[in-house]
Design a protein around this ligand. Structure first.
Ligand code: UT7
Length: 334
């Protein structure tokens, strides 16, 4: 079936909490150093939401990012007919963070749901949005990747806590014609649940209730096998970047920008090397924000659109991996 419609990103936005947490501050509490964290991850500081601050809840960061994206797109909250909220750190289990956001934004004509594909969530949600637009059932969709993972991080575990930060990114996706030059070109997603153990939070779902003893053991916090994820991440990011190019008969030189999930600078450098992609084409915000999970790609996208690096007509490849494991890429012509 030939589609009549395609999707186009018409607005972007991002938001971060105020508080900067530097490597030096982390090193005051656990056995690590600024030098180690910089060298092994490329991270210098990250933003952390202030506990209890209503302006820095997951949905509040999502709200601020959404408002900026709407403004850029020239749309009103009432114009949104669907909200897809990618997050692994919801405000509450029930209701969804998408519904919290909906009422804060006043998007009264939308239906709203959360999607959890961990760090890959934004591209999963963007792909779902693309499908609803292509079938003609939606016209204007708000897609958000937002996290306050600081509440799920074990700040005593030096093998994981150094990586994560809080933040949000949002885009407005609108219907355009299938032959529009500016559109989402293709999407390539996959997941492999057999790797669940590499990154998980054991307690807090219906499988394991949080008790005082389990909390004391840190079972309600992120458990991560960093070295193992590193290897899978390099492979899947490289494979799914190559796949997007191959399917579209593009060469690396046809790419203007590459936006990978920002988990560790060394992962990104290894992927660029494997692909033979010059680092000048890679957009990075990891140094300032760390790994904001589902927010890394949309917040980086917003920064590069606003500062004029991403220009109309350019080809942008977004590429992610995350807990699940989940992974995939989305190719866009701006
Ligand atoms: O979206 C999130 C998905 N998660 C990821 O993408 C994580 C991917 N993995 C990573 O980013 C890296 O594996 C880490 C940054 C987490 C760890 O770096 P690494 O280079 O893989 O270190 P390692 O685990 O191989 O540990 C090397 C050494 C060990 O000491 P010994 O056994 O050699 O004495 C660790 O105990 O470094 C030690 N170490 C640290 N030292 C200082 C581990 N973490 C730290 C630390 N500070 N924060």
């Amino acid at each position: 079936m030939t589609n009549l419609y395609a999707s186009r990103i018409t607005g972007t936005g991002s938001a971060f909490p105020k508080r900067r947490l530097t490597n030096l501050e982390i090193a005051q509490n656990i056995e690590t150093s600024d030098e180690w964290i910089r060298e092994r991850t490329g991270i210098v500081e990250r933003r952390i939401s202030e506990p209890g601050n209503p302006d820095e809840l997951n949905s509040s960061l999502g709200l601020a990012a959404a408002k900026r994206a709407l403004e850029m797109a020239g749309k009103r909250p009432e114009d949104i007919d669907q909200i897809l909220y990618a997050t692994a750190s919801p405000d509450t289990i029930i209701p969804s963070t998408a519904c919290w956001l909906q009422q804060k934004l006043g998007a009264k004509n939308a239906w709203a749901l959360d999607m959890n594909a961990a760090c890959s969530g934004f591209l999963y949600a963007l792909t779902v949005a693309d499908q609803f637009i292509k079938t003609g059932s939606s016209k204007t969709i708000l897609v958000i990747g937002s996290e306050v993972l600081s509440t799920f991080v074990n700040w005593k575990d030096r093998g994981s806590c150094i990586l994560f930060g809080d933040g949000a990114g949002a885009v407005i996706v609108e219907r355009t014609t299938a032959d529009s030059p500016s559109r989402i070109i293709s999407s390539h997603l996959h997941s492999d649940g057999s790797f669940w153990e590499l990154l998980h939070v054991p307690a807090g779902g219906s499988a394991m209730e949080v008790t005082a003893a389990r909390h004391a053991e840190g079972l309600d916090k992120v458990h991560m096998k960093g070295k193992e994820i590193f290897k899978v991440a390099v492979k899947t990011l490289s494979d799914y970047a190559a796949l997007a190019l191959e399917v579209n008969h593009l060469k690396l030189s046809d790419l203007d920008w590459f936006i990978p999930h920002q988990a560790n600078l060394r992962i990104i450098e290894a992927v660029a090397k494997r692909l033979d992609l010059p680092m000048e084409k890679v957009l990075l915000n990891i140094e300032r924000f760390g790994n904001t999970s589902s927010a890394t790609v949309p917040s980086m996208l917003d920064e590069a659109v606003r500062d004029g690096r991403i220009k109309s007509g350019q080809t942008v490849l977004m590429d992610v991996f995350g807990a699940g494991l989940t992974y995939g890429s989305v190719l866009v012509r701006w």
